[in-house]
Design a protein around this ligand. Sequence first.
Ligand code: FCA
Length: 336
Amino acid sequence: MDSGGIVISRRGFLAGSAALGAATALAGCTRPSGRIRIGFLVKQPEEQWFQDEWRFAGMAARDKGFELIRIGAEDGDRVLAAIDNLYAQYAQGFVICTPDPKLGTAVRLRAQANGLKLLSVDDRLIGPDGQPIDSIPYVGISAAAIGEMAGREAMAEARRRGWNPAETGVLRLAFDSLDTGRERTEGGVRAALQGGILPAHIYSAPQRTTDTEGGFTAADPVLTQRQAIRRWIILGMNDESVLGGVRAAEGLGLGQDAVIGVGIGGSGTAEAEFSKPQPTGFHASVLLSPRRHGYDTSVMMYDWITRNVPPPLVTYTTGTLMDRANFRGLLRAEAA
Ligand code: FCA
């Protein structure tokens, strides 16, 4: 790990190289402006959830008067380069949803070497032993409870439709390398089993990516192989994954009346689906709070930097069931 002396000489080096372009821009350790700068790194900047997190972080920046530096970092190299960059831009801390939890130690060391405070959101950073790094504050969803909520709603809808659980299959779009992903879908499966689905009718489809394409590509071969099952519940770690499964089912002739997909997220992906004039197999979602994950995390970081109040080590957030009937009201309330 870098010593304090090395950190100072890094600042001197950076100031020196910047001075080639702008002689007076940076001088030693003084900041070009007195404003607080906070980075917000996300793993999938094109996903609606992360756009929403950034939007709410931007509101916090406006309310508190700090500068927000938004960075999309889709792999480890970019994360580490981004942390160096934040240092070069005189940021004092950052919030991160990592592209890979296994970067935990590297991210922690790089933040420390650059004197940056670090808070992780959504996906928890893990250490070499595979366990969460407890010393890094984390804000994430109550994954198991929210997954169970999705599974319970799917079973309730199956009952409303008069489906026989013994003839219903559950497609679990699985991204088990991510703890929050595994806990969500395992929770969903638990609720399905409690509702009478046969253990032999739980089919896991491993995803390579957690976007709609990843969900589609994982679901398609499993549904193709199991054409004897004509009624499906589709669960996954987020709306995009479940939507991919729903689209794959449609491609095999399994439409709204044969599919009950319940996602997790509730942002633009679910909203677009619920806004269609005809219902699809994407039945419901659990609405998460991008305000709590974007606004509140940024304010926690701001308070840590300006008042030396460290965030709680772990914060779990809840979700609300959202469907075609209530989505407009719920989204209005979240945006207010
Ligand atoms: C993870 C998922 C996102 C979102 C977030 C809360 O990062 O990849 O889709 O569900 O947790």
